[in-house]
Write a protein of this length. Structure first.
Length: 333
């Protein structure tokens, strides 16, 4: 397959507001051993992209500095030692960087075939949120059938994925969101109770819903401003899993006693710094346990808006507004 020497990509000449990003032309990357090169048809937009643009989430040393952590498209070149994929395969992948571009090299162990019936836009909306939710909610927090979970930010890309997966694996789901419309969307996805955090107290309502017991797991992207209340709402032997700090990273004057009295576990992680083997283990679990649910129509990405790559600044402004429900996806024609 003949490849061009150059490609379009979103350049980030300096950190700052969305307007600093611009389309530029650069060299097409070549896959290293163990990598595949994907001709990108669509790329997901995620909070870490915004943080990297703002300067608070730098790319790892060995990763592309180009924004973009999830892509979908066609395999056009195989790196040395790659097996299981062939030229022309349609795949989606968790990228370590480089997704906002016509071509992106990714480790083959972080790629999955498009679910049956999916196109590039739907496939590109899968990797980042599904990898993150699976790792934090199921592998680390150990959510299992019959348990209860509180998912903050239920209308986000992470939230809409977490609600569906938790429900599909037999958990009872409570969630928070910031409007009646967002709460209704969460209920449609399978939440048993959606709490409008702007006018309702989630601690009080979850206690009512669980007859005072609390929930087994909290999946939290708010951080410091919710830390104390998250400890209050957990049941004995419960787990708080923190995946972002939209409400700050430093918690002051927090009563830590519930951690001891209720034998709580507090954990958290970011996806990008995980090792290749850790990401491969998540990929393998998704392929085995989650992809069949997607292909059966039991779980699906919620896509809020699709924009061409030329409107990447608008995509970031939309992400920062938090007015969206589900995923924002860029297309590359």
């Amino acid at each position: 397959m003949s490849l061009p020497d150059t490609m379009r990509y979103v350049d980030l000449p300096t950190h700052g507001p969305a307007e600093v990003m611009r389309l530029a032309t650069g060299s097409v990357p070549r896959p290293r051993p163990g990598e595949i090169l994907i001709r990108v048809e669509a790329a997901g937009v995620n909070r870490p992209d915004v943080a990297q643009r703002q300067g608070s989430y730098p790319a790892p040393k060995d990763a592309s500095p180009i924004l973009g952590l999830e892509v979908a498209g066609e395999v056009v070149e195989l790196g040395e030692g790659v097996s299981g994929f062939a030229l022309g395969d349609k795949v989606c992948a968790l990228a370590n960087g480089g997704g906002y571009a016509d071509y992106c090299a990714v480790p083959a162990t972080q790629a999955l075939f498009w679910p049956r019936g999916y196109d590039a836009v739907k496939a590109a909306a899968l990797p980042e949120t599904f990898f993150t939710v699976w790792a934090n909610l199921f592998q680390m927090a150990g959510l299992t059938e019959g348990e209860t979970v509180l998912i903050h930010g239920g209308s986000s890309g992470i939230g809409t994925t977490a609600i569906q997966l938790a429900r599909a694996f037999g958990a009872t789901v409570y969630t928070t969101a910031g409007s009646a419309e967002k709460c209704a969307a969460c209920m449609d996805l399978g939440a048993s109770r959606a709490i409008n955090y702007k006018v309702e107290d989630f601690v009080e309502l979850v206690r009512e819903e669980t007859a005072g017991k609390g929930v087994d797991v909290v999946l939290d992207m708010i951080g410091a401003s919710y830390f104390d209340r998250n400890l209050q709402v957990l049941a004995k032997d419960g787990c708080l899993s923190i995946i972002a700090f939209l409400g700050g990273a430093v918690a002051d004057k927090v009563n830590l006693q519930p951690i001891m009295v209720k034998r709580l576990t507090v954990t958290g992680s970011t996806m990008r710094p995980r090792s290749a083997e850790e990401k491969r283990a998540i990929r393998d679990d998704l392929q085995l346990q989650v992809w069949p649910l997607i292909e059966a129509g039991e779980v699906a990405p919620v896509i809020h808006r699709v924009l061409p790559i030329e409107e990447v600044a608008e995509a970031h402004r939309l992400m920062e507004s938090s007015s969206h429900i589900g995923k924002i996806v860029l297309t590359l024609g």
